[in-house]
Design a protein around this ligand. Structure first.
Ligand code: SF4
Length: 253
Protein backbone atom coordinates (compact mmCIF):
# COMPACT_ATOMS: atom_id res chain seq x y z
CA UNK A 1 0.00 0.00 0.00
CA UNK A 2 1.49 3.30 -1.05
CA UNK A 3 2.28 5.93 1.54
CA UNK A 4 0.69 9.40 1.40
CA UNK A 5 3.03 12.16 0.34
CA UNK A 6 3.31 14.57 3.20
CA UNK A 7 4.50 17.48 1.06
CA UNK A 8 1.02 17.65 -0.45
CA UNK A 9 -0.26 18.57 2.99
CA UNK A 10 2.12 21.47 3.29
CA UNK A 11 0.62 23.08 0.19
CA UNK A 12 -2.85 22.97 1.71
CA UNK A 13 -1.78 25.90 3.91
CA UNK A 14 -2.62 26.95 7.44
CA UNK A 15 -1.02 25.88 10.69
CA UNK A 16 -2.47 23.25 12.98
CA UNK A 17 -5.92 24.78 12.44
CA UNK A 18 -8.66 22.20 11.85
CA UNK A 19 -10.07 22.56 8.33
CA UNK A 20 -13.68 21.83 7.66
CA UNK A 21 -15.30 19.48 5.21
CA UNK A 22 -16.94 21.27 2.28
CA UNK A 23 -20.01 19.04 2.55
CA UNK A 24 -23.20 18.97 4.56
CA UNK A 25 -23.99 15.78 6.46
CA UNK A 26 -26.73 14.81 3.95
CA UNK A 27 -24.25 15.11 1.08
CA UNK A 28 -21.70 12.85 2.77
CA UNK A 29 -24.46 10.36 3.54
CA UNK A 30 -25.43 10.36 -0.14
CA UNK A 31 -21.81 9.99 -1.33
CA UNK A 32 -21.31 6.88 0.76
CA UNK A 33 -24.73 5.49 -0.06
CA UNK A 34 -23.66 5.56 -3.71
CA UNK A 35 -20.28 3.95 -2.94
CA UNK A 36 -22.22 1.23 -1.11
CA UNK A 37 -24.49 0.65 -4.14
CA UNK A 38 -21.45 0.57 -6.41
CA UNK A 39 -19.44 -1.86 -4.26
CA UNK A 40 -21.62 -3.57 -1.63
CA UNK A 41 -18.75 -5.77 -0.35
CA UNK A 42 -15.52 -3.91 -1.07
CA UNK A 43 -12.32 -5.87 -0.56
CA UNK A 44 -8.69 -4.87 -0.27
CA UNK A 45 -6.39 -6.15 -3.00
CA UNK A 46 -3.60 -7.53 -0.80
CA UNK A 47 -3.78 -11.33 -0.85
CA UNK A 48 -3.68 -13.10 2.53
CA UNK A 49 -4.99 -16.26 4.17
CA UNK A 50 -5.23 -15.22 7.83
CA UNK A 51 -4.59 -12.17 10.07
CA UNK A 52 -0.88 -13.00 10.27
CA UNK A 53 -0.35 -13.08 6.51
CA UNK A 54 -2.44 -9.91 6.19
CA UNK A 55 -0.16 -8.18 8.70
CA UNK A 56 2.95 -9.34 6.82
CA UNK A 57 1.48 -8.29 3.47
CA UNK A 58 0.67 -4.81 4.75
CA UNK A 59 4.17 -4.43 6.23
CA UNK A 60 5.64 -5.46 2.87
CA UNK A 61 3.37 -3.06 0.97
CA UNK A 62 5.03 0.13 2.26
CA UNK A 63 6.15 2.06 -0.84
CA UNK A 64 5.12 -0.84 -3.09
CA UNK A 65 2.03 -1.68 -5.11
CA UNK A 66 -0.44 -4.33 -3.93
CA UNK A 67 0.05 -6.22 -7.21
CA UNK A 68 3.83 -6.32 -6.69
CA UNK A 69 3.43 -7.55 -3.11
CA UNK A 70 0.94 -10.26 -4.16
CA UNK A 71 3.38 -11.59 -6.74
CA UNK A 72 5.97 -12.19 -4.03
CA UNK A 73 3.71 -13.31 -1.19
CA UNK A 74 1.88 -16.08 -3.06
CA UNK A 75 4.94 -18.32 -2.79
CA UNK A 76 6.02 -16.92 0.58
CA UNK A 77 2.66 -17.60 2.24
CA UNK A 78 2.46 -21.06 0.67
CA UNK A 79 5.75 -21.80 2.45
CA UNK A 80 4.95 -19.98 5.70
CA UNK A 81 1.54 -18.87 6.92
CA UNK A 82 2.27 -18.69 10.67
CA UNK A 83 4.88 -16.77 12.70
CA UNK A 84 6.60 -20.05 13.61
CA UNK A 85 6.94 -21.21 10.01
CA UNK A 86 8.14 -17.77 8.91
CA UNK A 87 10.73 -17.66 11.69
CA UNK A 88 11.88 -21.15 10.72
CA UNK A 89 12.38 -19.96 7.12
CA UNK A 90 14.84 -17.37 8.40
CA UNK A 91 15.75 -13.90 7.17
CA UNK A 92 17.77 -15.01 4.15
CA UNK A 93 15.03 -17.19 2.68
CA UNK A 94 12.32 -14.62 3.41
CA UNK A 95 14.52 -12.09 1.60
CA UNK A 96 14.75 -14.43 -1.39
CA UNK A 97 10.96 -14.58 -1.66
CA UNK A 98 10.49 -10.80 -1.48
CA UNK A 99 13.48 -9.66 -3.54
CA UNK A 100 11.20 -8.06 -6.15
CA UNK A 101 9.70 -5.68 -3.57
CA UNK A 102 11.38 -2.36 -2.75
CA UNK A 103 13.36 -2.19 0.51
CA UNK A 104 13.37 -5.99 0.67
CA UNK A 105 16.41 -6.31 2.92
CA UNK A 106 14.90 -4.18 5.68
CA UNK A 107 11.49 -5.70 5.20
CA UNK A 108 12.85 -9.24 5.57
CA UNK A 109 14.54 -8.18 8.80
CA UNK A 110 11.29 -6.60 10.05
CA UNK A 111 9.20 -9.65 9.16
CA UNK A 112 11.49 -11.92 11.19
CA UNK A 113 11.51 -9.48 14.14
CA UNK A 114 7.73 -9.23 13.84
CA UNK A 115 7.34 -13.03 14.00
CA UNK A 116 9.58 -13.23 17.03
CA UNK A 117 7.53 -10.53 18.83
CA UNK A 118 4.23 -12.22 17.95
CA UNK A 119 5.45 -15.56 19.30
CA UNK A 120 7.10 -14.19 22.44
CA UNK A 121 4.58 -11.50 23.40
CA UNK A 122 1.24 -12.53 21.89
CA UNK A 123 1.16 -16.33 21.80
CA UNK A 124 1.59 -16.21 17.98
CA UNK A 125 -1.70 -14.34 17.54
CA UNK A 126 -2.11 -10.95 15.88
CA UNK A 127 -3.40 -8.54 18.56
CA UNK A 128 -6.66 -6.71 17.85
CA UNK A 129 -5.64 -3.44 19.53
CA UNK A 130 -3.95 -0.51 17.86
CA UNK A 131 -1.55 0.18 20.74
CA UNK A 132 -0.31 -3.40 20.76
CA UNK A 133 -0.02 -3.54 16.97
CA UNK A 134 1.98 -0.34 16.70
CA UNK A 135 4.51 -1.66 19.20
CA UNK A 136 5.40 -4.48 16.80
CA UNK A 137 8.49 -4.07 14.56
CA UNK A 138 7.68 -2.40 11.24
CA UNK A 139 4.03 -1.69 12.17
CA UNK A 140 2.85 1.94 12.03
CA UNK A 141 -0.56 3.47 12.55
CA UNK A 142 -1.69 2.95 8.94
CA UNK A 143 -0.71 -0.73 8.96
CA UNK A 144 -2.47 -1.21 12.30
CA UNK A 145 -5.62 0.47 10.94
CA UNK A 146 -5.69 -1.82 7.89
CA UNK A 147 -5.31 -4.94 10.05
CA UNK A 148 -7.95 -3.79 12.55
CA UNK A 149 -10.37 -3.06 9.73
CA UNK A 150 -9.79 -6.04 7.44
CA UNK A 151 -8.97 -8.79 9.95
CA UNK A 152 -11.10 -7.65 12.88
CA UNK A 153 -13.91 -5.64 11.29
CA UNK A 154 -13.18 -2.45 13.23
CA UNK A 155 -14.32 0.90 11.73
CA UNK A 156 -10.82 2.34 11.30
CA UNK A 157 -9.57 4.65 8.55
CA UNK A 158 -6.12 3.77 7.18
CA UNK A 159 -5.04 6.85 5.24
CA UNK A 160 -2.88 5.83 2.28
CA UNK A 161 -1.85 8.00 -0.66
CA UNK A 162 -5.28 7.66 -2.35
CA UNK A 163 -7.32 8.55 0.72
CA UNK A 164 -5.00 11.42 1.58
CA UNK A 165 -5.43 12.80 -1.95
CA UNK A 166 -9.20 12.43 -1.98
CA UNK A 167 -9.65 13.94 1.48
CA UNK A 168 -7.83 17.05 0.26
CA UNK A 169 -8.78 17.14 -3.41
CA UNK A 170 -12.52 16.97 -2.95
CA UNK A 171 -12.37 18.84 0.38
CA UNK A 172 -14.12 16.01 2.18
CA UNK A 173 -11.63 16.04 5.07
CA UNK A 174 -8.81 18.46 4.30
CA UNK A 175 -5.66 17.99 6.35
CA UNK A 176 -1.92 18.55 6.23
CA UNK A 177 -1.01 15.11 7.53
CA UNK A 178 -2.49 11.60 7.20
CA UNK A 179 -3.53 11.84 10.87
CA UNK A 180 -5.50 15.06 10.23
CA UNK A 181 -7.24 13.51 7.23
CA UNK A 182 -7.98 10.36 9.25
CA UNK A 183 -9.47 12.42 12.05
CA UNK A 184 -11.54 14.50 9.60
CA UNK A 185 -12.91 11.45 7.80
CA UNK A 186 -13.81 9.69 11.05
CA UNK A 187 -15.71 12.84 12.00
CA UNK A 188 -17.70 13.35 8.78
CA UNK A 189 -18.43 9.82 7.54
CA UNK A 190 -21.67 8.42 8.98
CA UNK A 191 -20.99 5.64 11.45
CA UNK A 192 -22.98 3.06 9.50
CA UNK A 193 -20.60 3.46 6.54
CA UNK A 194 -17.32 3.48 8.48
CA UNK A 195 -16.71 -0.28 8.28
CA UNK A 196 -16.20 -0.16 4.50
CA UNK A 197 -15.38 3.54 3.96
CA UNK A 198 -11.63 2.90 3.89
CA UNK A 199 -11.94 0.44 0.98
CA UNK A 200 -14.47 2.54 -0.92
CA UNK A 201 -12.17 5.56 -0.82
CA UNK A 202 -9.05 3.58 -1.79
CA UNK A 203 -10.81 1.96 -4.76
CA UNK A 204 -12.37 5.29 -5.78
CA UNK A 205 -8.91 6.89 -5.70
CA UNK A 206 -7.19 4.04 -7.49
CA UNK A 207 -9.66 3.67 -10.36
CA UNK A 208 -11.64 6.92 -10.69
CA UNK A 209 -10.34 9.91 -8.73
CA UNK A 210 -6.82 9.13 -9.93
CA UNK A 211 -3.70 11.07 -8.99
CA UNK A 212 -2.76 12.53 -12.35
CA UNK A 213 -6.18 13.19 -13.79
CA UNK A 214 -9.48 12.36 -12.12
CA UNK A 215 -11.89 10.44 -14.32
CA UNK A 216 -14.80 12.70 -13.42
CA UNK A 217 -17.14 11.62 -16.20
CA UNK A 218 -17.11 8.07 -14.73
CA UNK A 219 -17.58 9.24 -11.15
CA UNK A 220 -20.73 8.36 -9.22
CA UNK A 221 -20.41 11.41 -6.96
CA UNK A 222 -19.59 13.99 -9.66
CA UNK A 223 -22.78 15.96 -9.05
CA UNK A 224 -21.94 16.24 -5.32
CA UNK A 225 -18.20 16.84 -5.65
CA UNK A 226 -16.90 20.35 -4.96
CA UNK A 227 -13.32 19.73 -6.03
CA UNK A 228 -11.65 22.63 -7.86
CA UNK A 229 -10.00 19.87 -9.99
CA UNK A 230 -13.31 18.45 -11.21
CA UNK A 231 -13.28 18.04 -14.97
CA UNK A 232 -16.99 17.61 -15.66
CA UNK A 233 -19.36 20.51 -16.01
CA UNK A 234 -21.86 18.96 -13.59
CA UNK A 235 -22.17 21.67 -10.95
CA UNK A 236 -22.11 20.65 -7.30
CA UNK A 237 -25.33 21.63 -5.55
CA UNK A 238 -25.32 24.67 -3.32
CA UNK A 239 -27.63 22.92 -0.87
CA UNK A 240 -27.78 19.26 0.25
CA UNK A 241 -29.25 17.05 -2.42
CA UNK A 242 -32.00 14.45 -2.32
CA UNK A 243 -30.89 10.80 -2.53
CA UNK A 244 -30.56 9.33 -6.01
CA UNK A 245 -32.57 6.38 -7.19
CA UNK A 246 -30.17 3.38 -6.69
CA UNK A 247 -31.16 2.07 -10.14
CA UNK A 248 -29.86 5.29 -11.66
CA UNK A 249 -26.55 4.82 -9.84
CA UNK A 250 -26.28 1.25 -11.15
CA UNK A 251 -26.99 2.43 -14.68
CA UNK A 252 -24.16 4.95 -14.42
CA UNK A 253 -21.56 2.19 -13.83
S1 SF4 B 1 -15.90 14.40 -9.67
FE1 SF4 B 1 -13.75 14.11 -10.23
S2 SF4 B 1 -12.60 15.16 -8.61
FE2 SF4 B 1 -14.68 14.82 -7.83
S3 SF4 B 1 -14.58 12.84 -6.75
FE3 SF4 B 1 -15.24 12.42 -8.83
S4 SF4 B 1 -13.35 11.92 -9.93
FE4 SF4 B 1 -12.75 12.99 -8.04
Amino acid sequence: MEKPKRKMAASSGGRARRRRSAYAAAEVEEMFRRFAVQRPEPKGELEHVNPFTLLVAVVLSAQATDAGVNKATRALFAAADTPEKMLALGEERVADYIRTIGLWRNKAKNVIALCRALIEEHGSAVPAERDLLTRLPGVGRKTANVVLNVAFGQPTMAVDTHIFRIGNRILLAPGRTPEEVEEGLLRVIPEHYLRHAHHWLILHGRYVCKARKPDCHACVIADICRSPEKTTDVPAPAVPIAPLDPAAVDAAQ
